[in-house]
Design a protein around this ligand. Structure first.
Ligand code: OTU
Length: 642
């Protein structure tokens, strides 16, 4: 693809349009010099990606220049401390990979409001958190609003949680404590109460072009043929009739979430500027919600289209220009093979997101637990490539969404036509519908009992902690929970712990769910943070204290041993039995994860010696370990170093 005409790179210097040069000449010299350096690198790439998307529009060059100028104004307005952070991070591309730990919470359920979160900073520090993802805190539409994922204004904090000043104060305090704040950036859709949607509804043709419309029911039916359903029970279909417009708005998620039309360049321009404004309030990371859906192409499932990657790469260029310390995280809940492009690997090569959720690994670890067999994890890892410098997987055991099973279809299909039944089994297992199941979760969005979709429930409920009747059952549940977390910690560049999982909080009570707006099954794992359970976290006689201590030991081991860092390559270690997953980090660290409820003895010598690691020191107990004949307790995780 050609670069646009007015941008040539002459001996390492991008030739910048006159208006951009004028702005830089009038800017304070120290910032102007740095911005010019950044533009030298980023402007050619930005021009290229945006010309692929919008180059056919007649005012493209003016539009592009305007976008860059607005971004430069925001770069010039960037507070000094954030500007300094940008500079520091630019020289350390792996800054977010050193001993990182994420934590994810709802502001209201965790701490009341944004100011309340400040009172929790010591709790986060005690756990070792370096990255805090607060679920949507921008002004949402009137409930139901999909837990805030229907945003009515990207420029203001939800008044129920505070104001922009509170956000700025919080980000500063977190930063001083070594914690980066991550905000959701819901860029696929807006609330039907967002001003663009209101104007579109009122007949404004410009704002109507911000959305996708189907004019007839036949057109809707035709499109639906190739689309999937995200919420088949609570929001069937992908279109919603808007009487004022006499057309159907494209609504992939809930009817009140209108998908944005990224063929309209103003949508890209407005969203990218909102992101930079939030970055200037101190938000250090953005979770780019539902990125897979950003581009529609008739006749396809409208997921992961190449244009999605041009959009994200252009966004990366803009942050690299105006806020390079900011981290972009792709929330693309997609099969393993579709994930590498979000890091800029594959056909759509180019710098893209720094982090992406490894949802396949998450779902696979739950299937493995239900099956007491780790084959599916090994299959997923074999499709997981090494990442470019500065990139990391976000690993996790649970989050605010359901565990989606369909991301594992490709791995199952590759094993045989009958293998998808394993996903149905896992789903029923975690819904507590299989005999012998200890789980107290629930199926999500599956009206037909033979169709698998997702499962809800807090980790503690899924591993059997809340159903445990005896000390032995409780101990087994605790081991399952800690092992699952130890796996996430071992694999992740940026492992994420979901609110309450650090001490084993259970599901939201039925009573509490009944009081909430909207019939969404995911409320099951969105409880109010339980102060009583939390207060037991240092009490070794209580299960909460035991979980917390065991988890912290792994967190500390990871922080203290740089050889566990995700900058070292990960490979599968053949343990000789598929009930025990073996993973190697670099050349001298090994993780063993026994997914079976039975003790396992590692015996087959050839498998172990082939792996060139026969002994080591247990990173938790400090004891010397010989792999030959090693006894692994049920559901145990062992990390050892040669
Ligand atoms: C994301 O999720 C959010 O995490 C959900 O909480 C929102 O409901 C949704 O977007 C809409 O904003 O498809 O690729 O439970 O995994 O909806 C992103 C289903 C998504 C989620 C799915 C999801």
């Amino acid at each position: 693809m050609p670069l646009i005409e007015d941008c040539h790179v002459i001996s390492g210097q991008a030739h910048l349009p006159a208006r951009i040069n004028e702005l830089l000449e009038s800017a304070p010299i120290t910032r102007a010099v740095v911005l010019r350096e950044r533009l030298n690198v980023e402007f050619p790439v930005l021009s290229d990606r945006l010309s692929r998307l919008y180059g056919g529009n007649k005012n493209f060059s003016d539009w592009l220049n305007q976008l860059v100028i607005q971004s430069l104004h925001l770069a010039l307005a960037r507070p000094d401390d954030l500007w300094a952070l940008d500079t520091q991070r630019a020289s350390q591309p792996n800054w977010h990979l050193q001993g990182s730990l994420g934590y994810c919470a709802y502001t209201d359920k965790f701490a009341g409001n944004l100011s309340g979160v400040r009172q929790r900073i010591s709790h986060l520090q005690e756990l070792g958190v370096t990255y805090l993802h607060l679920l949507p805190f921008l002004k949402p539409g009137t409930p139901p609003n999909d837990g805030g994922f229907a945003v009515a204004s990207y420029d203001e904090v939800d008044p129920a949680l505070g104001n922009n000043q509170d956000l700025q104060t919080l980000t500063k305090e977190l930063r001083a404590a070594g914690i980066s704040l991550c905000s959701d950036f819901v860029l696929n859709h807006v609330s039907h109460e967002h001003k663009w949607a209101l104007k579109a509804r009122a007949g404004d043709a410009h704002y109507q072009s911000y959305f996708h419309w189907a004019k007839t029911s036949e057109e809707v039916a035709e499109q639906e043929k190739s689309l999937i359903q995200i919420f088949p029970n609570t929001a069937p279909g992908n279109f919603t009739f808007i009487p004022e417009v006499k057309a159907w708005a494209w609504t992939t998620f809930y009817p009140y979430q209108w998908d944005l039309n990224y063929t309209q360049p103003d949508v890209f321009a407005e969203m990218s500027q909102s992101l930079l404004q939030l970055a200037n309030l101190g938000v250090e990371a953005f979770r780019l919600d539902s990125t897979g859906f950003l581009w529609k192409r008739a006749g396809t499932n409208c997921m992961n289209q190449p244009e999605v990657h041009w959009i994200l790469q252009a966004l990366r260029c803009i942050t690299n220009i105006a806020a390079p310390g900011v981290l972009l995280k792709a929330e693309a809940i997609m099969p393993t093979q579709d994930l590498p492009p979000y890091f800029g690997l594959g056909d759509t090569k180019g710098a893209e997101c720094h982090v992406a959720y490894h949802s396949s690994l998450m779902s696979a670890s739950w299937v493995a637990l239900a099956e007491e067999n780790t084959q599916i994890i090994q299959d997923v890892l074999s499709h997981t490539p090494a990442l470019p410098d500065g990139c990391a997987w976000m690993t996790y055991v649970r989050c605010h969404d359901d565990i989606g099973w369909n991301v594992l279809r490709p791995e199952m299909d590759a094993r045989g036509a009958d293998q998808r039944a394993r996903l149905l089994h896992a789903s029923q297992f975690f819904a507590g519908k299989v005999s012998g199941s200890y789980a107290q979760g629930a199926a999500f969005q599956a009206s037909d009992p033979t169709v698998v979709h997702g499962n809800n429930g807090m980790a503690a409920a899924l591993v059997g902690l809340t159903s445990a009747q005896t000390p032995a059952e409780q101990a087994a549940a605790k081991s399952r929970l800690v092992m699952m977390q130890a796996l996430s910690l071992f694999v992740g560049g940026l492992p994420l712990i979901y609110m309450g999982d650090e001490w084993g909080q259970g599901n939201t009570s039925a009573q509490e769910i009944a009081q909430r707006q909207g019939p969404d099954g995911r409320e099951l794992h969105r409880p109010m943070f339980d102060e009583h359970g939390f207060a037991n976290r240092h009490d070794a006689s209580k299960i909460q204290g035991q979980i917390y201590a065991a988890l912290r030991a792994f967190i500390q081991a990871k922080k203290q041993n740089s050889s566990l860092s995700a900058t070292h390559p990960l490979s599968v270690f053949n343990t000789g039995t598929s009930t025990v997953l073996g993973l190697k980090r670099g050349g001298n660290v090994l993780g063993l994860f026994n997914f079976s409820g039975q003790p396992q003895t590692l015996s087959p010598k050839p498998a172990i010696t082939q792996n060139c690691m026969t002994n080591g020191t247990d990173l938790i107990s400090g004891k010397a370990i010989d792999l030959q004949g090693l006894q692994l307790a049920p559901y145990s995780a062992i990390w050892l170093k040669k």
